[in-house]
Design a protein around this ligand. Structure first.
Ligand code: AQP
Length: 327
């Protein structure tokens, strides 16, 4: 049976990169398989967070899942720290992982670069991510392109464990879209759009006011030519805008390029703002309608109970395999 697991960190306001690369897939795939969608708060604390903000954002992400179309009657939605087996399996897997392989993770290198002190959690975070995935006998992990290396590590850890202790884990595959798996920053289109990037102008939040994202799109870096063409290597800015446009409008890049022949970047940007105002407006309206905290907490409570039932069985299987005493 196909089973999905994925998560988003409450480490900032979710961007259209998080939406197009991951959450949109969550919605499309929930009809095809049993799905577990998590708010990975234990990952967010690998960098300093304001406690009140973190608590608010964790609920906000669950609310956004719902606003974007994740259906709690189809998918299990929960907060990672509510299922203690994530931390528990994280530790067990740390004992089956190597310093060398963790040190090679590009995200760790990027996030620790230039920092005088780096906490251990940032270093071991990919092992916790492996635990998140492996707990649910996941077959597919819908993610953006930046998470590919972490899924490969998850596979390596699981395969090694199975070899050493016998068949314990299902080996998961990444589910990465062929198109739109890496939305780039608006100010520097050779870099990934990130919710925690320093420059606010680099990203657009799903819940952003249209007047603000209009300014960001109109200022988005393009190039000195005036030809609308898809060429990620030589025209990363224009290609990024075409990708975002195509994904929000559901129109192919080829068709957009044909439609904008002879037109300028300003025309493309203006129309993109309109398409986004429409699509994000629908999500934002739904988000406002879902602001009943009690109802949201009930969904999260039910989700964590359902998740725990599976997670507990996996942890017991792992403990048994490793030789820990089960009473
Ligand atoms: N720019 C992006 N394009 C496509 N997909 C993206 N994702 C993130 N950025 C893009 C995907 O969103 C999911 C959730 O990501 P995450 O919260 O777990 O952390 P991340 O990958 O590190 O994303 P951010 O936005 O860059 O967060 P920060 O700034 O906190 O590190 C993942 O599936 C990711 O691939």
């Amino acid at each position: 049976m196909k089973r999905l697991f994925s998560g988003v960190q409450p480490s900032g306001n979710l961007t259209i990169g998080n939406y197009l690369g991951a959450i949109k897939q969550f919605v499309d795939l929930q009809h095809e398989a049993e799905a577990f969608y998590c708010v990975v708060d234990l990952h967010a604390i690998t960098v300093p967070q304001d406690p009140a903000e973190l608590r608010k954002r964790s609920r906000e992400i669950a609310q956004l899942y719902l606003a974007c179309g994740v259906d709690p009657s189809k998918a299990t939605i929960f907060i990672q720290s509510h299922v203690k087996e994530h931390a528990e399996l994280g530790w067990l897997l740390q004992c089956a992982s190597y310093m060398g392989e963790l040190g090679r993770m590009t995200q760790f290198k990027d996030k620790s670069e230039g920092k005088a002190a780096v906490n251990v959690g940032l270093y071991t975070y990919p092992v916790l991510m492996a635990a998140d995935i492996l707990l649910y006998d996941t077959t597919q992990v819908p993610v953006g392109d930046d998470q590919k290396q972490h899924i490969e590590l998850t596979r390596d850890i699981a395969e090694r464990f199975n070899k050493r202790y016998g068949d314990t884990f299902v080996i998961p595959d990444p589910q990465i879209q062929e198109f739109g798996a890496r939305i780039m920053a608006l100010d520097e289109p050779t870099k990934k759009m990130s919710k925690s990037a320093e420059n606010e102008g680099s990203r657009i939040a799903i819940l952003e006011d249209p007047a603000i994202f209009k300014k960001k799109i109109m200022r988005a870096v393009t190039d000195t030519e005036n030809e609308i063409r898809f060429d990620e290597e030589n025209k990363p800015g224009v290609s990024n805008l075409l990708t975002i446009y195509s994904m929000f409008a559901g129109e192919s890049v080829e068709s957009l390029v044909n439609r904008y022949q002879g037109k300028g970047y300003g025309d493309l940007k203006k129309d993109l703002v309109e398409v986004m105002t429409d699509k994000l407006g629908t999500i934002q309206k739904r988000f406002e309608e879902l602001n009943d905290v009690t109802e949201l907490d009930n969904i999260l409570r039910a989700g964590s109970e359902k998740a725990r039932a599976t997670a507990e069985k996996t942890v017991n299987r792992v403990k048994e395999a490793m030789g820990l005493v089960l009473l």
